[in-house]
Design a protein around this ligand. Structure first.
Ligand SMILES: [Mg+2]
Length: 225
């Protein structure tokens, strides 16, 4: 444990569904649109895009195909408003700030690797008052491929100036875990309401909440795993 802890120089956080539960609001905002049109939103298709982009499943295009017509602009605008309203009602997920504090106290660097846009991630981190805690951030507009490809993790490791073996990733989705593992990082999975039933088995350690452990305990679990 002591040796392993000394090796670790950085923690890389995912954003959506890990720092802030944006996943439930985004899903719910689309579910409401589908329900208002008498259609089912297929959850097995939805989860393909969690932690990634809408390249694999585009809810708007899918629903428009089902209906045989484009969705009016006011429906799309109202969906965004509902999503924003629900996201703004969320607080930083339990344990996140303490892990940031613990990492700083241990002299570790902190990064964010997100399949969302820089505007989205920076905006929320600034609003939550934790943007300046992170040394580096890489988002989908910085790289060629979003998660589950390793590009975001490779880019953030480069920016932090650490090796994959010197960093751990914390993720909430299968796409995120896969991206971290493909980049060679050890990965902790913390599922949320959307990802709880999904296979996060590729992670080195899975926990119900970051609030359940201190960072030292988390490193100990990773060392044992
Ligand atoms: Mg995520």
């Amino acid at each position: 444990m002591a040796t392993f802890s000394r090796l670790i120089r950085a923690i890389v956080f995912d954003f959506d569904g890990l720092i802030l539960d944006t996943e439930e609001p985004v899903y719910r905002s689309w579910l409401e649109v589908y329900q208002a049109h008498g259609e089912d939103l297929p959850f097995e298709r939805w989860v393909q895009i969690v932690g990634s982009t809408t390249a694999g499943f585009h809810p708007q295009h899918h629903l428009e195909e089902r209906l045989g017509r484009p969705l009016p602009k006011e429906v799309l605008d109202r969906r965004i408003d509902r999503r924003t309203e629900m996201v703004l009602a969320q607080k930083v997920l339990p344990g996140v700030v303490r892990h940031i504090d613990d990492a700083k106290a241990m002299g570790l660097k902190l990064g964010v690797a997100s399949s969302s846009t820089t505007v989205w991630v920076r905006g929320h981190l600034a609003r939550l008052g934790i943007l300046d805690r992170f040394d580096c951030m890489r988002c989908r507009d910085d790289v060629a491929n979003a998660k589950p490809e390793p590009d975001l993790y490779i880019a953030v490791l480069d920016c932090l100036g650490v090796l994959a073996s010197e960093a751990i990733a914390i993720e909430d989705s299968p796409n995120g875990v896969l991206a971290a593992k493909r980049a060679g990082l050890r990965c902790v999975a913390i599922p949320n309401s959307i990802t709880a039933g999904l296979d996060l088995g590729q992670a080195d350690v899975q926990l119900a909440s970051l609030a359940d452990v201190t960072l030292a305990e988390l490193l100990s679990k990773l060392s044992a795993g």
